[in-house]
Design a protein around this ligand. Structure first.
Ligand code: FE2
Ligand code: FE2
Length: 180
């Protein structure tokens, strides 16, 4: 298997997620100013984040956070907690977005604004979180883990990556539709 580091695998996923966050933010803006958005688009965002986005979060939780937490460095301990807290918050917001998307499809009053509000917060939480990971946490992981640990982690994450191509295409095609 090609030698790809764990953080490279995760950063590639971040690129697709960031693209979908741009789409999410734009859809939120449109709904908040009263533009009609096809309900299928909100479902597509939800599917992307629930499947591909959550697969990414789980990989970090199952493999990366424990590998770092095991080092017992207190600074890393705090960082892992902060990152886990962001993941939990993102999942809660995604649940609220899904409820609002159902209400929007049923044309219930104010569902558009509700989706817009939750989605705006979701995009902000995820974007800040990804910045934190890429600027502070992933470089720290590169420094702390041994070459052997990094190789093992990289192989494991590559093996666990199943649907990357399809979802990154999905993010690109929605971006082409929504972002001008
Ligand atoms: Fe994360
Ligand atoms: Fe991440």
């Amino acid at each position: 298997m090609a030698d790809v580091s764990a953080t490279e695998v995760l950063c590639t996923e971040h690129r697709a997620i960031l693209r979908m966050l741009d789409v999410t933010k734009e859809l939120a803006h449109l709904l908040e100013v009263g533009v009609d958005v096809p309900p299928d688009m909100l479902d597509a965002v939800a599917e992307f984040m629930r499947v591909f986005g959550d697969e990414h979060l789980k990989k970090e939780e199952q493999y990366l956070f424990p590998a770092l937490g095991k080092r017992g460095v207190s600074l890393e301990g705090v960082a892992v907690d902060t990152l886990q807290h962001d993941h939990d918050r993102a999942r809660t917001l995604l649940g609220k977005m899904s409820e609002a998307a159902t209400a929007y499809r049923e044309r219930r009053p104010k569902a558009d604004r509700r989706w817009g509000r939750f989605a705006t917060e979701y995009a902000a939480v995820m974007r800040r979180h990804i910045d934190k990971e890429q600027q502070i946490f992933y470089p720290a992981a590169e420094n702390i883990l041994t070459p052997e640990e990094k190789r093992h982690l990289g192989e494991t994450l590559q093996r666990e990556t199943t649907s990357s191509g399809r979802f990154s295409q999905m993010a690109d095609s929605m971006a082409a539709q929504v972002l001008v």
